[in-house]
Design a protein around this ligand. Sequence first.
Ligand code: F6R
Length: 614
Amino acid sequence: MCGIVGYIGEKKAKEFLIEGLKKLEYRGYDSSGIILFNQKVFLKKEKGKISDLEKTLIEEELDSCKLGIGHTRWATHGIPNKINSHPHVSNSGNLYIVHNGIIENYESIKEVLISKGYKFYSETDTEVLINLIEEVKKSENVKIGKAVKIALNQVVGAYAIAVFDKNNPDEIIVAKLGSPLAVGIDGNNFYVGSDPSPFIKHTKRCLYLNDYEMAILSRKKGLILRNFLTDDILKQNIETLKLEIDEVEKGGYEHFMLKEIFEQPKNIKDALRGRILNNPERIKISSVEEFIDKFEKTKRLVFISCGTSWHASLLAEYYFEELARIPVEVEYASEFRYRNPIINQEDIIIPVSQSGETADTLAAIKLAKEFNPFLYGVCNVVGSTISRETDSGIYIHAGPEIGVASTKAFTCQAVVMLMLAVDVGFRLRKVDLVKYNTIVNELLDLPNKVENLLKESNIILDIANKYKDARNFLYLGRGYNFPIALEGALKLKEISYIHAEGYPAAEMKHGPIALIDEDMPVVVIATRKGNYHKIVSNVMEIKARGGKVIAVVTKGDKEIKKIADDVIEIPEADELIIPIIANIPLQLLSYHIANLKNCEIDQPRNLAKSVTVE
Ligand code: F6R
């Protein structure tokens, strides 16, 4: 949800800002803008992609600028156009800001500022914030740093900001509450990013700002970190990033999404690494070991999440109920936060989030905390807000996911959920050693299976060609494969804009069957284990009504092959592992359909990677 960058130092700012914004484009791509400074401010904004903005940067003078801030926008307040684009400038023309987040009380502040003579040109909350800073600076006669601090104490909302004052041209001020912000440090060069991907090429030394922190990045004084509530100077916990540049580049693939689909064997290994060992009690997850008593005492697990992470949570419900015999509820964070949910102190609340920054999930955590349950987070982004706001948890180690539609992160979520459920189940003596070893061995074998499946995936392109013009799709699955049907349908919707719905296969006859005709492709996950004959009947029902069936079947299947229009074979595996494998051809089907339709795969319309607004 919007990305911000900034640079102050000895190098050319333009290159960093443009390259950095491209790395953050996954966060929003409705419009973008930068300011560059050398004696005077150059302000450039453009609707659309960073490449559109880049075309406007023609003046030679821009190359001499060694300071700048930039923004890529996912529109919240006001339509995507040049006026609403960031950076925003204060009425005096002296102060500039880029902002990721939402200022909730901007309307009341705007009214006060209007009464003092301020004029507003955009519909944004950000323009209100920069004029509030200006007003504070003037009325309190303070320097820019102090003005930012005072203003932030008056606003309500979530933000990561970078502010520049052209009368104080040797510094940039950054601050955050709720939205993520990282500063890269290389001697006298300071890089700012919503995440470290923009500056990983330049430095691995990184300071993640915490909520209520503000940093002054100064040519003369270096980096000064303060708490903007208390004004205390803070110790700087500079980390050395482990991220490598090729993790955030396409590596020869046409799209990040394709690269991310194909790197899943490695991601699964990373998710398992260090957690499955070669001894009798082979799974070793320190957070489970440490808090097993909580799992032992709890009466239920409550998963809270959104979108794809909600689908992973639904799969977790099947896993935990089967293996650990603990009752599970799966909640949409956005609903949970506005209900009056019943939460008990002995509940374990499990927020699941790839970004670890999703506003609804964070709000649900905040609400849950009032009842003091044990909070166990499942996140991808290390150090993200959700990972910090929970009592304990586990990282899925999928690495940076740039494609906006999630693929590898979902797979790693599923792998980690299964590993957690079997570990907890075994420790609570609900899973016997035979089952335990079967799952552990199958998990270890999963990267190979996925690798082989990907090698033989050409057929999916042919199937995509056949069905790319369909206007609607149905996805059906039973048991463990039901969440996969939901996820398959979501993937298709997100990147190809084809309407698609996922259902438990048996629900079809309770309504959706009315939709079936010769124009309706139905993707059925029809693998051998788990209600196979029931699924065969469902396929028959579709065929009897003229529907087209694309079946995901177990290698060697004969029965469904005879009746389905197209089949995608996947390797045999335990029924708990099958959904993780079955999900992969569905990712590829969506990818190829979207690519054949010339859709913007990595940056689908209206979406953004981390949804840090409601
Ligand atoms: C879809 C997708 C989204 C996210 C959702 C929650 O491909 O990725 O549905 O899962 O926006 O985001 P996280 O997982 O970051 O909390």
